[in-house]
Design a protein around this ligand. Structure first.
Ligand code: ATP
Ligand code: MG
Length: 230
């Protein structure tokens, strides 16, 4: 096993079952993501970006091929094993933030720690972590507020703090700037850039060509096929 390979896909194919048909959404995908890379998955709407990110993050399954995570073949793990890996090593942000409005900002950020099976972390330790990561995204003063009281950019920063709370190997970000104006989007990109400089591996989906400059690797998808890696 090579030490710095975090993710490898080998000939992965994904199909969606439609009413009378099958949609071949990902076609013979081969890719490698190394530790510390800032990878962007680019492509038009419908090209398969979210599908790819979701199967890498164990949010969905695929039919054919192999997935190696951290040197281990994880293709055939059961749901419990998948959740355990997801909660221990992966952090997620989405275009629409997915914060829970009935919980405070602090509780939203803490949530992934509560999902962990063997977290063994005391309340006090958890509170300390929440503060650390809210501080990382510059929102420590909003800890007691509710998500709806925050701007879109602030909500995405909370989502990033939540993604970081487990100190994940990989941050998965699906169009993290998609719902934001371009200036606020740049704030988010600068946070992701800083995290990447601190050695976090980032896998981001976007269709915005202007964001290519932040990436160390760009994977171009078209109709479910990788057409170029640069
Ligand atoms: N749950 C599903 N059931 C059936 N087909 C799906 C499902 N999800 C996605 N698809 C189809 O798979 C293809 C890839 O979709 P996907 O959501 O991965 O595209 P995308 O590149 O993320 O697009 P966008 O930029 O619009 O988010 C599309 O043709 C889409 O219609
Ligand atoms: Mg998508």
């Amino acid at each position: 096993m090579s030490l710095n390979k975090v993710i490898e896909l080998k000939n992965v194919n994904k199909y969606y079952k439609l009413k009378n048909d099958m949609l071949h959404a990902l076609k013979d995908i081969n890719l490698t993501i190394n530790q510390g890379e800032f990878v962007m998955i680019m492509g038009k709407s419908g090209s398969g970006k979210t599908t790819l990110l979701n199967l890498l993050g164990f949010l969905d399954r695929f039919e054919k091929g192999n997935y190696i995570f951290n040197g281990k073949d994880v293709t055939n793990l059961n749901e419990n094993q998948r959740s355990e890996l997801r909660n221990s090593y992966m952090g997620f942000t989405f275009q629409q933030f997915h914060l829970i409005d009935s919980l405070t900002i602090g509780k939203n950020v803490e949530l992934p720690l509560l999902y962990r099976e063997k977290n063994g972390m005391s309340r006090k330790e958890r509170a300390k972590r929440v503060e650390k990561y809210l501080d990382t995204v510059g929102l420590l003063d909003k800890k007691k507020r509710s998500p709806s009281e925050l701007s879109g950019g602030q909500q995405q920063r909370v989502a990033i703090a939540r993604a970081l709370i487990n100190d994940p190997y990989v941050i998965f970000a699906d169009e993290p700037t998609g719902a934001l104006d371009s200036e606020t989007g740049i704030d988010i990109m600068n946070i992701l850039k800083r995290l990447n400089e601190e050695k976090k591996t980032i896998l981001m989906v976007t269709h915005d060509e202007d964001l290519i400059k932040y990436a160390s690797k760009v994977i171009h998808l078209k109709d479910g096929l990788i057409t170029k890696v640069e």
